[in-house]
Design a protein around this ligand. Structure first.
Ligand code: GLC
Length: 790
């Protein structure tokens, strides 16, 4: 047995406790721990095993407030009771958590550690051939919990494999490994040490706020227990009670922060390529979108726009006058996003390098000498994003880009990546006066870079910053969107992207996406169309591919697939008001945009392991085709609803599997019976056409339904919504022998130009329609009223 996985007896006997405001300080023979009542359903357990103070980069804005709780002595321990939970703490800091009725939710494991047998033999030989044998590193912080037969595990951000993580082991160590990611990859670019456990319809989350290398084992070791562990650092974790997964996600985003509302244009279609490396080619791409009538809002510039890969510079041979070019693109309705990597070229006379060096802004070796490794520009140095002065400097540098007209920044290679071997553990950073090692901060390097970029863009533009980052940590959702790095144009990667995006969504990173069509390898016409169908519902909808692979723009194959791609990209634009509403909800409650079925249907166990379907918000179920040549597929429709086929308007009862035909132009989409979906005008880019009316589709069905929907609108770019400049329309639909709609204006501080409200009624079946108490005529399935807010 691997000795590192033994529980270490480091706390000793529980001696006494003392209550201090909203925390209970518990004294053990050898250590002191702090149990903080964040609220009645979130408890924080903190043992300063590494340093006295917390060093969280994820928890920034959580206010201390007081919630009632009691503490009492019980046999061999103490019991803390909140309105929702009972927490029992025993010797060796063993913790058991019950709901208030006394049902055990989460118990520390006390049994023998007997990992499944692993016969390694002379594993150096196998390693010599390049096999990875999963021999664990030394884990200094370690907590194991009792596993029940009926447990399901979700979250952990961007991980390979399936939706349910039971039986697997994952590592958080941000890693840029360009080999095709497979199920065997236990780590990728991002670290989100947040696990959701679902057990007999009771869910809870564990957020292990430790940014050293962390491990989560959901029963790979043994089916009797699961554990989380870290190479070093403090034991600092939050227990977040549900009982619904929804509440757990809400609790987690309460701690680590919510995704803020994005600018509206960021929800349009985005086109990228490594690289559109000169002005002529970029303009050709822009013109093609407009000529072909394929909507697009954003074009990206990858590393070749720079002068010798020097960040914050332009190559003026390839892009003679970037400012004029971007102006032109803006006038055509495009925004431009440029890549900015962290690696700064070692080059005397280059402003960014000189400034950084002079001020000591780069990471050093342990002797204090600037640390050099290699990235795109050759010899490169790494800005110390842990230092607030460096972040301020980096934030200020964004002005170089925004002054040229750039609308958003793409942060890449920020794991941080390096071409001459990994950064040694002892590369030093300055955490505002506390020296910290690379070993400690590796997993938050990208997070701190995104934070600096966010602050810069916010200050320079006054608008909601748009950033895409590859590496991140818990809480990065406050600053940036993420994409899942260098995938491949394979069906396997399209398949895997769905559980990956769903788990990212459950882990706070709701604004996420993949390289649509796949980054490495050649894409096929069929694969691109199927990927565009998924992308239509993915928050970040960006097509990207690497150099040397065949063209992958929506028109790159044949007329048939171009038409299909156009159809779905147009559908995305049609759904934008609904997607924006879903974003608004997410910004308040953390409820992800793209989410697993179990998020809304936790009482239907059939949903717990569905990998190839997802919900987009509350009202749309998508069952994409993720295999080549498939002409039909089975779709599970959750219990308790009627589901309406988006294309045919046929109705299906929930709680059953149905078979749908799937010719290449059909991605099965179902709308929840009774649902309201606001839709937008057909346009080439967001803002091309002003909406003079609000159009909502109402999906009626034979069942009686009663549904509520809130439609939100604001200026789609500024922060004025934070001071109330937005509108909130409430739409209630009661469908029985007649159909009654109650349309109400709740907030109306924004001038939205909706003169009228148009209802498109699907499956009305000749019923009488009443809106706000008055019978309204339906012509061609449509009814119009004037906007009561005007
Ligand atoms: C990395 C990124 C990729 C980008 C390339 C060049 O591989 O993941 O998206 O195109 O670098 O910048």
């Amino acid at each position: 047995m691997d000795k590192c996985k033994q529980e270490k007896h480091i706390f000793g006997k529980l001696l006494s406790y003392e209550v201090e405001e909203n925390a209970i300080n518990v004294k053990f023979e050898q250590k002191k721990v702090f149990v903080k009542i964040v609220n009645s359903y979130i408890i924080n357990f903190f043992a300063p095993l590494f340093r006295e103070e917390r060093n969280s980069k994820a928890v920034e804005f959580l206010k201390d407030s007081h919630y009632d709780f009691d503490v009492e002595n019980i046999e061999n321990g103490i019991q803390i009771s909140t309105e929702k939970l009972k927490v029992k703490i025993y010797d060796e800091f063993k913790v058991d958590i019950y709901d208030k009725e006394g049902t055990l939710l989460c118990a520390d494991y006390r049994g023998e550690k007997d990992p499944f047998i692993r016969r390694t033999g002379d594993y150096q030989l196998a390693e010599a051939e390049g096999h990875n044998l999963n021999v664990d590193s030394d884990l200094k912080v370690y907590v194991s919990k009792q596993m029940e037969d009926d447990m399901y595990f979700y979250g952990l951000g961007e991980k390979s494999g399936h939706l349910n993580k039971k039986g697997y082991h994952y590592v958080n160590w941000n890693t840029d490994d360009p080999k095709p990611h497979g199920e065997t990859f236990d780590r990728l670019y991002k670290s989100i040490p947040f696990l959701i456990t679902l057990n007999k319809e009771n869910a809870f989350g564990i957020f292990f706020d430790n940014h050293f290398e962390t491990h989560f084992d959901m029963g790979r070791d043994n089916s009797k227990y699961y554990y989380f562990a870290a190479a070093s650092g403090n034991l600092d974790y939050y227990f977040i009670y549900g009982p619904s997964v929804k509440n757990v996600v809400e609790g987690y985003t309460k701690i680590t922060g919510n995704m803020p509302l994005p600018q509206m244009w960021t929800l349009g279609y985005q086109q990228c390529r490594w690289s559109y490396d000169n002005e002529e080619r970029l303009m050709e791409i822009a013109n093609s979108f407009r000529e072909k009538g394929i909507p697009c809002d954003t074009l990206y510039l990858d590393i070749d726009y720079m002068d010798g890969y020097r960040v914050f510079t332009w190559n003026n041979e390839r892009f003679e006058n970037p400012e004029a070019m971007i102006k032109k693109l803006n006038s055509m309705g495009f925004k431009v996003v440029t890549i900015i990597d962290p690696g700064v070229k070692v080059d005397k006379g280059y402003k960014i390098y000189d400034e950084g060096l002079k001020n000591g802004y780069f990471a050093t070796d342990k002797e204090g000498i600037t640390y050099v490794n290699e990235v795109w520009p050759g010899d490169s140095v790494y800005p110390d994003f842990l230092n607030s002065k460096v972040r301020k400097w980096w934030a200020g540098n964004q002005k170089i880009m925004t002054d040229t007209g750039v609308s958003g920044i793409w942060n890449d290679m920020n794991e941080p990546a390096s071409f001459r071997g990994p950064l040694p553990d002892d590369v030093m950073f300055d955490n505002d006066g506390i020296p910290v090692t690379h070993k400690e901060i590796h997993n938050v390097f990208g997070h701190m870079m995104a934070k600096a970029t966010y602050e810069g863009l916010k200050k320079e533009t006054g608008k909601r910053p748009f950033i895409v980052t590859r590496a991140c940590y818990s809480g990065t959702q406050k600053y940036s969107t993420v994409w899942t790095g260098d995938n491949q144009s394979t069906w396997e990667h399209l398949r895997m992207s769905i559980p990956m995006l769903m788990n990212l969504g459950l882990s706070g990173m709701a604004f996420c996406g993949t390289d649509v069509g796949g980054f490495g390898h050649d894409c096929s016409a069929e694969l691109l169309s199927r990927w565009v169908q998924v992308g239509t519902f993915t928050p970040l909808f960006r097509n990207h591919s690497t150099m040397g692979t065949r063209d992958q723009e929506p028109w790159a194959f044949d007329e048939n697939t171009e038409e299909i791609n156009r159809k779905y990209i147009k559908l995305r634009y049609k759904l934008l008001p609904y997607i924006y509403d879903t974003m608004w909800n997410c910004s308040k409650s953390g409820a992800p945009i793209i989410r697993p079925l179990l998020f809304n249907y936790q009482n239907d166990k059939n949903t717990y392991e569905i990998n190839n379907e997802f919900l987009c918000g509350d009202n749309i179920l998508v069952a994409p085709v993720v295999e080549q040549g498939v002409k039909g597929r089975m779709v599970y429709l959750p219990e308790g609803e009627t589901w309406i086929d988006y294309w045919t308007k046929e109705e299906y009862k929930g709680g059953q599997y149905v078979i749908k035909e799937t010719p290449l132009d059909t991605c099965p989409i179902f709308i929840k019976g009774g649902a309201v979906i606001p839709i937008g005008k057909e346009q080439n880019y967001i803002g091309e056409k002003q909406a003079d009316k609000l159009t909502v589709e109402v999906y009626l069905c034979n069942e009686n339904t009663e549904t509520k929907y809130h439609h939100y609108i604001d200026d789609g770019e500024s922060f004025k919504y934070q001071v109330g400049e937005f509108n909130n329309y409430k739409i209630k639909v009661i469908n029985n022998e007649k159909v009654e709609i109650k349309f109400k204006v709740i907030d109306h501080e924004y001038d939205d130009k909706y003169e009228n409200i148009e209802f498109i009624l699907h499956n009305l079946n000749g019923k009488i329609l009443i809106i706000n108490g008055e019978a309204v005529k339906v012509v061609d399935g449509k009814a119009i009223i004037s906007n009561p807010a005007k």
